[in-house]
Design a protein around this ligand. Structure first.
Ligand SMILES: Nc1nc2c(ncn2[C@@H]2O[C@H](COP(=O)(O)OP(=O)(O)OP(=O)(O)O)[C@@H](O)[C@H]2O)c(=O)[nH]1
Ligand SMILES: [Mg+2]
Ligand SMILES: [Zn+2]
Ligand SMILES: [Zn+2]
Length: 394
């Protein structure tokens, strides 16, 4: 598919988000059957460059037992690296948003959506990289919503709960589509690209000040895409317009404060001057759109299913329609300052509207689960990274 973009000469560990040169990688021997001492203690053999200087080595020979090993680990945090590291793209998608913005519920339904619908439509498949991702997704995200019909609990701060620092890591494998006239028939299942995708669910409270943001900062400034989840119920004008009986969440951090802190953090870490725009695509995703249904024109495209999945490509007309509508809604809802800050800091951004639950939960119970347009921001990021094609649909 797309091998024409420049390959990076570094990789970023999806666990600790440290940047390393391609040949700075550790190996561990897995020859446990033979009772190799290195394997037993998981001794980390540091790759010394050698012939593959500047490139990602494929294997290392164990200095104790002489067996070859392909199990790579990060030299900084010692976690096992995905097999595709350094050979394919490595994308970190971070999900940012204030407390109670809807981040955790969004991640929960998005991953399910990718596995069950995006995969077949875009000829790709999402696979968890290890057991800890499988278990964490099941217990913390999937089971509450899909099994128990209950809301997910508040995400605990990364400072008190170390598991928050563990991202959910997946590989998204794209297969070549068979070509017209059957020319590529034999290649039907050939892998054309593999991307490692790490989803990082932050606790909104960790983003409350630039200082606490440091706990999670590395993944933000190393992101290949940001999904900025915004709760429309936090906008003053929306709160005023909704009927009095509407149950409103407590007021949280001002959305533009969080945006400017995020921009400052990225600028500082990557040395980007104020007169330059930040080159990380930002999808501004309005969550809980079900709760503001009465404020959106009923004929608006936001109310309809998006066409990307049914079309099998990123539908630019549908996208532009939603993007334009959402931006003007945001501005008319009192988000003028937010919108201006976004455009003065980021090169590439777009607005989306979605709902993870499709309903307002009552006493922590999800009455009817109906996710809507949750795929749009994610597909836009894939499109921005040239992983899926786009067309102007009808
Ligand atoms: N109406 C409606 N409410 C939602 C939706 N998604 C989440 N909520 C509500 O918003 C609350 C917070 O959602 P979370 O996903 O936990 O928010 P978060 O951003 O992860 O919050 P922190 O973990 O505190 O940072 C939930 O408990 C729900 O009551 C939605 O799609 N529609
Ligand atoms: Mg959360
Ligand atoms: Zn060995
Ligand atoms: Zn690491």
């Amino acid at each position: 598919m797309n091998f024409n973009f420049k390959k990076k000469d570094y990789y970023i560990c999806p666990y600790c988000f440290s940047k390393h040169d391609l040949d700075r990688v550790g190996f561990i021997c897995e020859n446990e059957g033979e009772k190799c001492e290195n394997a037993k203690i998981r001794f980390i053999m540091e790759f010394d460059g050698g012939k593959s200087k500047g490139q990602m080595p494929e294997f290392e020979t164990c200095d104790k037992c002489g067996e070859k090993t392909t199990t790579k680990v990060c030299p900084t945090c010692n976690e096992e690296l995905p097999y595709s590291i350094g050979n394919y793209d490595n994308l970190i998608f971070s999900v940012i948003g204030a407390k109670e913005a809807g981040k955790s519920h969004y991640i929960a339904v998005l991953i399910d959506k990718i596995m069950n619908e995006i995969g077949s439509s875009f000829n790709c498949s999402l696979q968890a990289i290890n057991d800890s991702t499988i278990n964490r997704y099941r217990t913390d995200f999937y089971n509450p919503i899909f099994r128990q019909n209950e809301v997910i609990r508040v995400t605990r701060s990364a400072k008190t709960d170390a598991s928050v620092k563990q991202p959910l890591i997946y590989t998204l494998t794209f297969k070549q589509k068979s070509g017209i006239g059957g020319f590529f028939k034999n290649n039907k299942n050939k892998i054309s690209n593999v991307v490692t995708i790490a989803f990082f669910d932050t606790a909104g409270e960790d983003l409350d000040s630039e200082d606490t943001m440091k706990a999670v900062n590395r993944y933000i400034y190393n992101s290949s895409g940001i999904i900025f989840v915004l709760d429309p119920l936090q906008l003053e004008k929306v709160r005023d317009m909704l009927p009095e009986e509407a149950s409103l969440p407590e007021r949280n951090t001002e959305i533009e404060d969080l945006l400017s802190r995020t921009a400052n953090l990225i600028r500082k870490a990557n040395g980007i001057k104020m007169d330059k725009l930040i080159d990380i695509p930002v999808a501004v995703a309005f969550s809980k759109i079900d709760a503001v249904e009465s404020l959106v024109d009923s004929s608006s495209s936001i109310n309809y299913e998006s066409k990307h999945i049914s079309n099998g490509y990123f539908d630019l007309l549908d996208f532009q329609d939603v993007n334009g509508t959402m931006e003007s809604l945001v501005r008319s809802w009192g988000g003028e300052n937010f919108a201006n800050q976004l455009s003065t800091n980021f090169k590439d951004y777009a607005y989306f509207g979605m709902t993870s639950l499709g309903c307002n939960p009552r006493s922590n119970k999800i009455t009817k689960l109906r996710p809507h347009r949750v795929e749009d921001p994610f597909l836009w990021l894939l499109y921005k990274h040239k992983l899926i094609k786009a067309e102007k649909g009808k």
